[in-house]
Every structure is written in structure tokens, then in C-alpha cells.
Design a protein around this ligand. Structure first.
Ligand code: ZN
Length: 342
């Protein structure tokens, strides 16, 4: 490893982390990246009508197909936390998930380019932390553009062999408002929703030998307007990690819903398998990534530095030496692809 390469990766990761980019508000960090790409070519892949939000494909030479596209997301969960460096670690929002990874990928791409290879590109997506709307917008536009798509998420540099599916949905209960002293005039959406959530929590979800258990998380619940009123509406935002086909789970949930509660599905991905590069430990990922939404782009691998345990936490951080190890790992994967190892 070139002695100052680690410093370069760290500096870039630090700069990226210091620009807030909560999902749907990625514009500033994209501006920074466009400036960073001075001298390289970039393609903006639009997402919806908002022209401040786009995915960014970066390369040195335009090609119909790349050996490898390194891909990660540049949006983060809230709240924004300032970047800082101490004890050989980069702290702050996105340090681990996934701006540190973006920095490692960008530097791996640069090093490969310096070494004379123009068969690598980098794809930075928006929207991964909500519904992967960025990745979804890329799938067709970038169809067949890569032999392999290396997706970066914090996996402690292990390579996922498989990833659970995910089912993102809201449960929306509709009732009738009334004064709390006159319950016969109304119908509480909050009460309906709570009963329904209680039922879902009691379900034993199906398992699969390869993909493991299925989990439900009810992450955010809101509803009603005042203590003294029956609630007209209530909503629960849920996500499930699936080890079986989504259709089976959707049917199971719908069979438990009261007529006052409906299921609004926001996004679905099915359980998914990955290519495991040589020399890496493998594991089954319980979390989601953009990869299933980019299945048309190329065969996928999933690997990145940092621990998922620290992602989405207030103490999010990553070891600087893990970022440089990731840069080497990404270059190693590119070399394996060129050598036709898969
Ligand atoms: Zn992530």
C-alpha cells in the first residue's frame, strides 16, 4: 500500500461524511463528488423529477461494458453527525455506512486507472436507506454494463453469499373521530392498529435452510390527534427481512388484518444470492442493499469494510486501516475478475 494512500482515502471519507446527505437530500454531496471527479467522465442517472437527486456513474473511459462496477450509496440515515478522526478511527454519520466505503471504492478505481486499467467504473446511488429508488432507476439504464457489480455495505470485509429479501410496508388504520366520552360515535384507528400489530408480533414467521429466519420490525408508529379524541388515522412503518418469497409473507399478513387496516407495500426484494470472490470469508446478510434492484447491471458481490453493528448508531465509526484494506480488497476483486476466476 502506497504510504499516503490511506491518508487520501481517509481525507476523502472525512470530506464526504462532513456533508449531510440524508436520504432525499443528497444534492450537496453530489456537487462535491462532481467536483472531485474533475478530469474523469461522469454520467448522471436521474431519479424522478428532482434534478438535485441523481445516481452518479464515474469512469475514465466510456465503455459499453465494464469488468467491474464498484457501487455503494451516498445517502445516510438521520441524524447528521459531524465527522471526526481519533485513535485511528473515522467517526460520524456515514463513516461506516457507506461513505467510508465510497471513498475506498473511488480510490481503488483511481489506483486501477493509474495502473492502466480502464475497465472499472464506480456507481454511487441515492435513496438506498429508504426504498432504493436510486438503484431502481439505474437497473434498466445500466442493464448489462458490467460483468460484476461489487456492492459495498459494512460486512467487515466478508463476502455475502446470500441476502435476505426485504418487505417495506406501512399499515394504515382508518377510523372515525369522536369525543373520547362518546366512543359509540367513533371508531379508533389507533386501537385497530395496536391489535393488528400485536397479532403480527405473535406470528412465527417461516424459515429457510439457506436464508435463515424471517424478522419483523415495527420501526415507527404514529396516529391520532389528541388524548381526548378517538383517532381517525394511525400508521405503522414496518420492515421485514425475508428468508422466503415475499408473496408468502404478504398473504400471511393480509390474512391477519382487520378490515379497518390496510397494507401499503413500499418496496419488495426477494432473497438473493451473490458471487463470493476467492480468499474471502462468506456469510448470509440479514440486511438489505441496492444489489437486488441492480440485478440487470451485472452479477453481484457484496462486500465492504466496517461493522453493520455500528451502522445507523450514534457512535458510528470505522477503522481507517479497514478503509485502506477495503481499497486493496476491491482491487484484488478486479484482478480476479480480469483473470477470469468466476
Ligand atoms: Zn448502507
Amino acid at each position: 500500500l502506497e504510504p499516503n494512500l490511506e491518508q487520501k482515502i481517509t481525507k476523502l471519507a472525512f470530506q464526504l461524511c462532513n456533508i449531510p446527505s440524508l436520504t432525499y437530500h443528497e444534492g450537496e454531496v453530489l456537487k462535491f463528488l462532481l467536483a472531485w471527479c474533475d478530469g474523469l467522465s461522469t454520467e448522471k442517472i436521474p431519479v424522478g423529477d428532482d434534478d438535485t437527486r441523481f445516481n452518479l456513474l464515474i469512469y475514465a473511459k466510456k465503455k459499453p461494458r465494464y469488468s467491474v462496477i464498484f457501487c455503494t450509496h451516498i445517502d445516510t440515515v438521520p441524524p447528521f453527525i459531524d465527522a471526526s478522526l481519533k485513535d485511528g478511527m473515522l467517526w460520524g454519520r456515514g463513516s461506516c455506512d457507506a461513505k467510508g466505503i465510497a471513498a475506498a471504492m473511488l480510490m481503488a478505481f483511481r489506483e486501477e486507472h493509474k495502473a492502466g486499467f480502464d475497465d472499472i467504473a464506480v456507481l454511487l446511488t441515492v435513496g438506498e436507506e429508504e426504498s432504493s429508488d436510486g438503484a431502481k432507476a439505474c437497473n434498466e439504464i445500466l442493464a448489462g454494463r458490467a460483468d460484476f457489480l461489487v456492492v459495498g455495505e459494512p460486512t467487515e470485509l466478508k463476502a455475502a453469499s446470500a441476502q435476505k429479501g426485504s418487505l417495506v410496508f406501512d399499515l394504515v388504520a382508518v377510523g372515525q373521530e369522536a369525543h373520547s366520552s362518546l366512543p359509540h360515535l367513533g371508531d379508533s384507528a389507533v386501537h385497530h392498529l395496536i391489535k393488528c400489530l400485536d397479532e403480527l408480533l405473535a406470528i412465527t414467521w417461516p424459515c429457510d435452510e439457506l436464508f435463515g429466519e424471517t424478522f419483523l420490525n415495527i420501526g415507527e408508529v404514529s396516529g391520532g390527534r389528541a388524548r381526548n379524541m378517538l383517532a381517525g388515522q394511525a400508521i405503522a412503518k414496518c420492515i421485514m427481512r425475508l428468508s422466503v418469497a415475499s408473496q408468502q409473507i404478504v398473504k400471511l399478513i393480509e390474512s391477519r388484518l382487520a378490515p379497518q387496516v390496510r397494507m401499503d407495500i413500499k418496496s419488495v426484494s426477494e432473497p438473493f444470492s451473490y458471487v463470493v470472490p476467492q480468499g474471502f470469508k462468506s456469510f448470509i446478510a440479514g440486511f438489505g442493499s441496492d444489489a437486488p434492484y441492480l440485478r440487470g447491471v451485472g452479477r453481484a458481490m457484496l462486500i465492504g469494510p466496517g461493522s453493520l453493528d455500528l451502522a445507523h448508531q450514534d457512535n458510528e465509526h470505522v477503522l481507517v486501516k479497514d478503509l485502506s484494506a477495503a481499497c486493496l480488497a476491491y482491487r484484488n476483486i478486479a484482478a480476479q475478475v480480469r483473470a477470469g476466476k468466476f
